[in-house]
Design a protein around this ligand. Structure first.
Ligand SMILES: Nc1ncnc2c1ncn2[C@@H]1O[C@H](COP(=O)(O)OP(=O)(O)O)[C@@H](O)[C@H]1O
Ligand SMILES: [Mg+2]
Length: 240
């Protein structure tokens, strides 16, 4: 699983950043082949686990993203400038910010809380990798800049998927960019999870789901031992 997401990290061919005399905009074309192939691949490879209803159709991914950018709570989202349903593209504002591990480390509890607000709203992100989450120093707010897999029908499985994908990408980023901080990863993972669990409405349902063999299997594929065990135990014990 990790290798899958890691190998797809560089695929940004459906997104172009343009500069209109100082105004930076992002154009995303959902029908471009790498984007379509990426989601077909992820959907097919995660299908046996039944964790998330991934969408491959360009039109439906555009619709999901527009809906997310217009109604998602918990995070800020880029302003939508233009939606073109015929050419299946979306123009949105460029968010100036970063997701450096240092900023993530310092503000990890804010992210746990923000994700709980998304889930309490009934939404799930689907693509909750750190690459899609940006901190804007100007507004001091976190943005979700990629909402093409956002659904309005969150279930305990999709919520756990969001948590696992976020944590596994956060772990990979830590290994890649600041391996020294790896020693501290477990503590930061717990800060994130406890902040999330402290505000989540569906705590009991999540706890039950975390005991199923399906979720145990996916957790062990997404997070190396012992992080996968800590992850499951923290969710399991949060409702007792
Ligand atoms: N609104 C935005 N503001 C700033 N950067 C963006 C924005 N949209 C996209 N990007 C950059 O482009 C990358 C790819 O965009 P994204 O919408 O995540 O598509 P994909 O995941 O299919 O490549 C992001 O990881 C980010 O670096
Ligand atoms: Mg993305």
């Amino acid at each position: 699983m990790k290798n899958l997401f890691e190998s797809l990290k560089g695929v940004h061919f459906q997104v172009k950043i343009i500069d209109l005399g100082g105004l930076r905009l992002v154009v995303k074309e959902y029908g471009r082949e790498p984007g379509v192939l990426k989601w077909a691949f992820i959907k097919a490879s995660t299908l046996p686990f039944q964790m998330y209803p991934f969408e491959t159709s360009p039109f439906n991914r555009l619709t999901r993203e527009v809906k997310a950018f217009k109604s998602l709570r918990g995070f800020m989202t880029p302003r939508v400038i233009l939606v073109d349903y015929r050419d299946i593209l979306l123009v949105r504002e460029f968010v100036d910010g970063s997701n450096d591990p240092q900023i993530l480390d310092q503000r990890i509890e804010e992210l746990g809380l923000a994700l709980s607000i998304v889930h309490n709203q009934g939404f799930s992100l689907g693509d909750s990798k750190v690459d899609n989450i940006i901190f804007s120093p100007e507004t001091e707010k976190w943005f979700i800049i990629d909402g093409e897999q956002v659904v309005e029908s969150a279930t305990p499985q999709t919520m756990i998927w969001d948590l696992l994908l976020f944590l596994s990408s956060y772990l990979l980023l830590t290994i890649e960019r600041s391996p020294r901080r790896l020693l501290d990863f477990r503590r930061r993972m717990l800060l994130f999870l406890n902040s999330y669990l402290g505000n989540i409405a569906a705590r009991k349902e999540l706890s039950n789901a975390a005991g199923t063999s399906q979720v145990k299997l996916v957790s062990s594929l997404m997070l190396p031992y012992p992080y996968s065990r800590v992850f499951l135990e923290t969710i399991r014990s949060s409702s007792s």
